[in-house]
Ligand binder design. Sequence first.
Ligand SMILES: COc1ccc(C[C@H]2SC(=S)NC2=O)c(OC)c1
Ligand SMILES: [Zn+2]
Length: 263
Amino acid sequence: SACSSRFVLSQMHPMWQEPLEVPGGDRQSPIDISIRKSVFDPNLKPLVTRYDPRTCQQIWNNGYSFLVEYDDRTDKSTLHGGPLEDQFRLCQFHFHWGENNNWGSEHTVDRHLYPAELHLVHWNSDKYSLFEEAVMEDNGLAVIGVFMKVGRRHEGLQKLVDALPAVRHKDSVVEFTKFDPSCLLPQNTNEYWTYAGSLTTPPLTEAVTWIIMKQPIEVSHDQLAVFRSLLFTSAEEEVQKSMVNNFRVQQSLKDRTIRSSFN
Ligand SMILES: COc1ccc(C[C@H]2SC(=S)NC2=O)c(OC)c1
Ligand SMILES: [Zn+2]
């Protein structure tokens, strides 16, 4: 699918150097979500996700994370509602995690760090015809962020975990089908925070309406350990580097308001 972030491949290096300044730079992500600074907005609607598992195509290790990519040529797997005016199309999901269970998420809640964070990436298919177009526009993208905490084994995630050894090295791809990502959403999707932000890796474009779920999902210690068995490096490289701590440093809120869908 077009949203496979080849930019990441070309411009990315695992511990990539933060650029000195970013175009605009007043709505960068990730951020800390201060609960007391967020403003309840009663006009925020429930989120509506309609994902068709038949659009699931493959898993790809791009040297920064692993992406599960969806066929986004038609409106089969979509997101609308919440803070969104338009309909958005799912193109991929991926994760960020740490070297241990003490940190790993990109966003935090009152500075609380989670061991990992899921990003479900969608682009505005009402306004644009390709991901590449949407990624350059204000609010061309909508990303659902879901925090992950250590607890019970997540049965839905296990199918994905079992496929990871096949994409251990950077640039490896494996077929992965019939996966419904709604199994990775918390049971309560009506409580979320939303704010205007950016991609969290280069090109860092300020095109994202963020929708961060309040309720984390639980995954087991062993499932996270398999994430950490992935490598940043390709099979040819002599020195293998484990894929951990693939999160960006937090950015300042600047002149933004975080809205909450709950009081
Ligand atoms: C230009 O295309 C890109 C570039 C990078 C990413 C991945 C970043 S953005 C995010 S949110 N989390 C991440 O790790 C893309 O993902 C949609 C798309
Ligand atoms: Zn991400």
